[in-house]
Design a binder for this molecule. Structure first.
Ligand SMILES: *Cc1c(COP(=O)(O)O)cnc(C)c1O
Length: 360
């Protein structure tokens, strides 16, 4: 039987593992930071009607420039954005890949601050872009000084700041973004996959005017409860979007994706109605786990990174045996837990409480 090691794979992919969050059919899935609430019935009806319409036209290629969707996304984002400031692809992962295809590649580098989103190094490898991980301090919070010093030392072609940061939840302060932009002359991406959950901070989209190397990526996969549709998007200078047009595959967004996403964005208020409750469940989970003696890192997202587990893998398996899936990312003593519905959050609190106090 042929195995991967028998194939003439590109050197920078040898030994790599594919993205691999477990996909177990368990009753309580709190491992990939989805919005665990179903989408509202009224919106569902509208999306189905839009899909029916779109199916009638699938003998033709879809609108390559997905103009209607870009107009809807620009309207949702606000900040005076026009459709030409907005781009989208099949998940923000594809948007990030297109950015690396256009601005990274052989001989170029991508820098980010770890622990951070595990896809960044994989996207770098896939586009033959050098990966420069710079470790965050013990509390995971970035400071302007630390970011400026790393960017001046390494002079990357692209840097990504993830805010709030996955998997730590750490919010990203505006002064860090501003300092980073001025510290180097490469492309600065702010990955705002969880921005809607961070009610305390304004989006970095506010900083776009006059900063043509700043790119702000967003997704419908988290707060919008639309992970299955695969729709990520970007706000940036129109010139950046022209660059992404050079690398995207023609007609990369299917007519069905465009129809579903456009209908959902038009109902943004209803789609985002669960965000306040998810934040409340996150805070309830944080309070309960702190009470049990665990170390809960501050989070601006819909998940918590929690430390104080003597044996994280054992806890992960104990919860999995009870039908609760959380995430072990290999951070010493830590596990990541998504805030779900009220009953899911209660279940995970009770399951961890039943294991005893922290460190035991
Ligand atoms: C979940 C997540 C994404 C979203 O990816 P999609 O491809 O849009 O589903 C992007 N960035 C980070 C940091 C994430 O955690």
């Amino acid at each position: 039987m042929t195995s991967l090691s028998d194939l003439p794979l590109r050197a920078n992919l040898v030994g790599k593992l594919p993205y691999g969050a477990p996909q177990d059919p368990v009753p309580i899935s709190l491992n990939v930071n989805e919005n665990t609430h179903p989408i509202p019935e009224g919106v569902l009806t509208d999306i189905v009607a839009a899909l029916t319409d779109a199916v009638r036209g699938v003998n033709r290629y879809p609108d390559r420039e997905f103009t209607e969707l870009r107009r809807a996304l620009a309207g949702y984002l606000g900040f005076g954005l026009a459709p030409e400031h907005v781009w989208a692809a099949n998940g923000s992962n594809e948007v990030l890949q297109q950015i690396l295809q256009a601005f990274g590649g052989p001989g170029r580098t991508l820098l980010s601050f770890t622990p951070t989103y595990s896809m960044y190094p994989l996207l770098a490898a896939g586009t033959d872009t050098g990966w420069i991980p710079v470790e965050r301090p013990a509390d995971y919070a970035l400071t302007p000084e630390a970011v400026v010093s790393a960017l001046r030392e390494h002079r990357p072609d692209i840097a990504i700041l993830c805010g709030p940061n996955n998997p730590t939840g750490t919010p990203l302060d505006r002064e860090v973004v501003l300092a980073a932009y001025d510290a180097f002359d490469g492309i600065l991406i702010v990955d705002e996959a969880y921005q809607e959950f961070d009610a305390e901070r304004e989006s970095s989209i506010a900083l776009l005017p006059g900063r043509h190397r700043l790119l702000v990526s967003r997704t419908m996969s988290k707060a919008f409860a639309f992970a299955g549709v695969r729709l990520g998007y970007l706000a940036a200078d129109p010139a950046v979007i022209d660059a992404l047009r050079l690398v995207r595959l023609p007609y990369h967004l299917s007519a069905l994706t465009q129809a579903a996403a456009t209908a959902a964005v038009r109902h943004a208020d209803e789609m985002l109605a669960t965000v306040a409750d998810i934040r409340a469940q996150r805070d309830r989970l944080a309070a309960a786990l702190s009470e049990l003696g665990y170390l809960v890192h501050p989070s601006g997202a819909n998940f918590l990174l929690v430390g104080g587990f003597a044996d994280p893998e054992a806890t992960f398996e104990a919860l999995r045996a009870q039908g609760i899936l959380i995430r072990n990312l290999g951070i010493d003593g830590h596990l990541r837990i998504t805030a779900g519905t009220e009953s899911e959050t209660t279940a995970v609190i009770e399951a961890i409480a039943a294991l005893g106090v922290a460190g035991a």
